[in-house]
Design a protein around this ligand. Structure first.
Ligand SMILES: *[C@@H]1O[C@H](CO)[C@@H](O)[C@H](O)[C@H]1NC(C)=O
Ligand SMILES: *[C@@H]1O[C@H](CO)[C@@H](O)[C@H](O)[C@H]1NC(C)=O
Ligand SMILES: *[C@@H]1O[C@H](CO)[C@@H](O)[C@H](O)[C@H]1NC(C)=O
Ligand SMILES: *[C@@H]1O[C@H](CO)[C@@H](O)[C@H](O)[C@H]1NC(C)=O
Ligand SMILES: *[C@@H]1O[C@H](CO)[C@@H](O)[C@H](O)[C@H]1NC(C)=O
Ligand SMILES: *[C@@H]1O[C@H](CO)[C@@H](O)[C@H](O)[C@H]1NC(C)=O
Ligand SMILES: *[C@@H]1O[C@H](CO)[C@@H](O)[C@H](O)[C@H]1NC(C)=O
Ligand SMILES: *[C@@H]1O[C@H](CO)[C@@H](O)[C@H](O)[C@H]1NC(C)=O
Ligand SMILES: *[C@@H]1O[C@H](CO)[C@@H](O)[C@H](O)[C@H]1NC(C)=O
Length: 791
């Protein structure tokens, strides 16, 4: 959505800014680079010409990585003969990982909580600029899977939301922002990578091979949930798609021709390349023939055979089980985005400091020094290229905008003038052990320090960090207030608190870390958080709880009357402290809304667990719930969450005035899309507007604030069994002064109004009346109307 009233930071990025005197109109558009089908064709022609110059060996070297030929997360080796400098791929979705002098950006879940495609785009634009300035060709992100079927999944924070519509727009805006910099995106992980436990195959101690988890997903749930955001990604022109570690319907995702060829490359019209997740390839010919174009990391230089594409792909070419045409297609696809984004015309070379950062990240400083001589690189202290620019401003702004205010008894927030402030919790303090990496396998994060990003490939090393305690002290000092603090959770949990006097307000920071390669084992915040909150609240009747977490947490103390305010601040990146101070003291209104449901209790039957043990048929995860994940499950079961999807308070309140105006804008719509030629994103008619809805929002409170009107669609009775009660199909964000109105125009496209018909293998608009609801959360529906597309 484009709000014609942008903040000063957005204006810094050259975004059009206009303040209208009266009513604002918010319309759905996403800024950024958007290649047309002709752009793709022109780029493919250049790629094919390049392929024409290659020898067979050169072609074979193009379709797998070579870690000895570079120092990026993934490297395609240079071909000097043709002045081709190779391709550098780097993690990850929240900033440039394994690098110095970069920013830690708000994680995917954080920017999703802004419910603002303009911020999603601005984040992508700034992220892409850092990758470009580091000389990286390909960013390994954004993440559309895990979607977040289970809140226990360890990587939900890298993605956006368990709602596919919200995630879809976030994918699209991010890709368009990143690629505008001439940096390729990799939409990942395709598909069904909804848990980390047994995500890859393992070997038992007795040598028995155990296959990776199989996500067994019905065709309808695949289309309406897990594939949906990838369709937006392809529509936005993503260069690459990464196939995932898991199996889909018992076939490894990187050799699943149904998923990669029939669905991704045919149905969605994807013209770029499929790259394997690192080590997710399990065969040569079946993978190449099944749709995989590029094996990563490929040759790692450490063992003779570390890749499937050496030596088995050359053998498969020689014996004809993989055709030369297919090999040419693989290289052609890999090179198409390179030309599409003009990377042949002066892309920077990779920052050489990266090799040292990678060694430090994986081995620690002394280990890195030792290893450097082993890999033949003399140890040096090369100063990194500083690519941070002025991105701190947008990071701070998104962190604040994304903060979800869950509770605000007696309007304790924004904070008035207090002289005695207490700050509690181990995640309020600055780090005590350096600006460390939290790499794979370390599933606890820092013991003391802000939890502003998770671990694994989606992590980013801090160059700078604004710790909440430091930011609060700085804010308090401007008012001459005192801050007493205790950042040892064991002491707080033991009620070993010696403050005098008792503070007028107490701010408690609780958190939970999460990382790639493991799932969360609890939905309670870590480090004795329940005792921490209860002890502070028993001391201090004005307790404010700030949560930094990867997704939903259960809040056992939510009804405690001394807990006056609760804020979900997610993983906001390196401006974490400044962002929360902006919200607490009211410089920024907390206009974040929950991009997921917060359960009432850990035993909630609507929470889908991850599979922790193999069954009689090995590791199987069968998605029997169909479309009923997150709010769709709560709505179907009429169960009460603690806080529903879409919920969030602000410093003012809104209502909807007048009737919703809903009308069919398409002329003579048919149930199924026109039989048009496929373009990136699938059948182009799926993206045609069919229905338009207008709502008028009124600020009925006393402060200026941002409303997040949300459109939830109820499908007609004629829809097949298994259709959710209602689904999100529109949202906008608009700022309004007290007493002022603004209009929002929602555009419902064909796909939004269709279900996936498993027999017809097609999107179908059902006959009968849709109910269109507009409100301020999935349970706060203020106005509704009906619209019939097909009688
Ligand atoms: C990998 O790259 C190095 C350095 O360019 C080269 O010497 C080596 O032959 C390559 N190995 C393979 C398997 O392609
Ligand atoms: C996983 O399977 C591949 C074969 O597809 C095998 O080479 C590899 O060693 C296995 N990994 C583990 C950890 O068992
Ligand atoms: C290896 O161990 C597993 C698990 O204990 C067992 O099911 C399997 O039969 C064993 N295989 C062999 C070859 O001993
Ligand atoms: C996976 O299996 C389900 C159930 O048989 C089927 O509906 C679906 O189409 C299959 N998906 C793929 C990609 O083959
Ligand atoms: C934290 O508090 C506990 C309990 O009071 C104490 O034993 C421990 O030494 C403290 N840790 C630090 C680092 O001060
Ligand atoms: C929780 O507090 C108890 C003491 O009250 C302590 O023994 C335990 O280590 C603490 N747990 C954590 C995770 O800090
Ligand atoms: C809150 O605590 C303060 C200081 O301890 C006390 O003066 C005040 O009466 C308390 N307010 C309530 C509502 O309990
Ligand atoms: C609803 O509740 C039942 C029983 O409590 C549970 O088994 C089921 O998974 C829940 N969710 C849905 C979508 O039915
Ligand atoms: C919102 O508007 C409706 C209809 O105009 C009215 O009935 C309702 O009381 C209003 N709600 C609030 C919270 O102002």
């Amino acid at each position: 959505m484009r709000v014609l009233n942008l903040s000063t930071t957005a204006a810094l990025y050259g975004v059009l800014s206009a303040t209208l005197a009266g009513s604002q109109i918010v319309v759905p558009t996403i800024q950024g680079f958007q290649p047309t089908i002709d752009d793709w064709k022109a780029a493919r022609a250049k790629a094919d010409a390049f392929v024409g110059k290659l020898t067979l060996d050169e072609k074979l070297a193009m379709v797998r990585g070579n870690a000895s030929a570079g120092f990026c997360s993934g490297t395609i080796a240079a071909i000097e003969r043709l002045d081709f400098p190779g391709v550098c791929m780097e993690d990850g979705p929240n900033g440039v990982n394994y690098n110095d002098k970069v920013n830690v950006f708000p994680s995917g879940v954080t920017v999703a909580a802004t419910w603002d495609t303009e911020f999603m785009y601005q984040r992508g634009l700034a992220l892409g600029a850092e990758f470009r300035d580091k000389g990286i060709n390909v960013m390994l992100g954004p993440v559309g899977g895990p979607l977040g079927r289970s809140p226990y999944d360890g990587r939900t924070w890298e993605g956006f939301s368990p709602d596919p519509y919200l995630t879809g727009l976030a994918m699209q805006a991010t890709i368009q922002g990143v690629q505008e910099n001439g940096v390729q995106t990799t939409a990942k992980h395709f598909i069904g990578n909804e848990q980390e436990t047994q995500r890859s195959n393992t070997t038992l101690s007795n040598g028995t091979q155990v296959a990776a988890i199989s996500s067994n997903i019905g065709d309808r749930a695949l289309h309406e949930l897990y594939l949906w955001p990838f369709a937006n990604a392809v529509k936005a022109g993503t260069s690459a798609v990464m196939c995932s570690y898991n199996r889909l319907n018992e076939t490894y995702a990187c050799e699943n021709s149904d998923a990669l060829i029939s669905i991704l490359k045919t149905e969605l019209g994807f013209e770029g390349y499929v790259v394997s997740d690192w080590g997710a390839t399990h065969s040569a010919a079946p993978s190449a023939n099944g749709g995989l174009d590029l094996e990563m990391p490929g040759y790692t230089g450490t063992t003779e055979v570390s890749t499937w594409f050496i030596p088995y792909l050359p053998q498969a070419i020689a014996d004809g089980s993989v055709s030369i045409d297919r090999l040419d297609d693989m290289v052609g696809r890999i090179m198409t985005p390179y030309y599409l984004l003009n990377q042949d015309a002066g892309h920077l070379t990779p920052d050489e400091s990266m090799i040292y950062m990678l060694l430090v990240a994986t081995n620690g400083l002394p280990g890195a020094e030792q290893l450097s001589s082993l890999v033949g690189v003399p140890w040096q202290n090369i100063a990194a290229r500083d690519v941070r620019g002025i991105h701190g401003a947008i990071i701070r702004e998104i962190g604040a905008e994304a903060t979800v205010l869950l509770k605000n008894e007696g309007s304790i927030l924004p904070l008035g003038s207090y002289n005695e402030i207490g700050v509690f919790g181990s995640s309020a303090a600055d780090f005590v052990d350096g600006l460390a990496y939290w790499d794979m396998g370390i599933d606890y994060g820092p013991q003391i320090g802000p939890i502003a990003v998770g671990g694994g490939s989606g992590s980013v090393r801090f160059t700078t960090v604004s710790a909440p305690l430091d930011a609060i002290k700085a804010q308090a000092s401007t008012k001459g207030a005192r801050v007493q603090y205790l950042t040892n959770n064991t002491a707080i949990a033991a009620n070993d608190i010696t403050f005098y006097p008792v503070p007028e307000i107490c701010i408690v920071f609780i958190s939970q870390f999460a990382t790639e390669a493991s799932d969360r084992d609890s939905l309670l915040a870590s480090d004795n958080s329940t005792a921490v909150v209860e002890n502070v609240a028993s001391l201090c009747n004005n307790t404010i709880v700030v949560i930094n977490a990867p997704g939903p947490l259960v809040l056992p103390w939510v009804e405690n009357p001394n807990v006056k305010a609760i804020l979900a601040a997610h993983f906001p990146g390196d401006q974490i402290g400044n962002s929360i101070v902006d919200v607490l003291w009211g410089n920024t209104e907390p206009s974040g809304r929950l991009p997921y449901t917060i359960p009432a209790k850990t035993s909630d039957p609507d929470i889908i667990p991850v599979v922790r043990e193999p069954g009689p048929d090995g590791w199987q995860s069968t998605f029997t719930e169909g479309l009923f994940i997150d709010y769709r499950a709560y709505d179907a079961n009429r169960s009460e969450p603690a806080y529903e999807f879409g919920f969030g308070l602000g410093y003012t309140t809104f209502n909807i005035t007048g009737e919703l105006a809903a009308r069919t804008t398409a002329f003579n719509p048919t149930a199924t899309p026109a039989n048009s030629a496929i373009a990136p994103g699938g059948n182009p008619s799926l993206w045609d507007e069919i229905v338009s809805v207008k709502a008028t929002i009124l600020n009925v409170g006393k402060a200026t604030g941002k409303a997040v009107p949300q459109l939830y669609l109820e499908f007609p009775e004629s829809s097949p069994e298994g259709t959710p009660v209602r689904v999100l199909r529109g949202f906008a964000k608009l700022q309004l002064d007290p007493g002022k109105e603004g209009d929002v125009q929602f555009s419902l496209m064909r796909r939004d109004l269709s279900y996936w018909d498993i027999h017809e293998q097609q999107w179908v608009i059902p006959t009968g009346a849709f109910t269109v609801n507009v409100g301020f959360s999935s349970r706060d529906l203020r106005a509704s109307t009906q619209v019939t597309v097909l009688k």
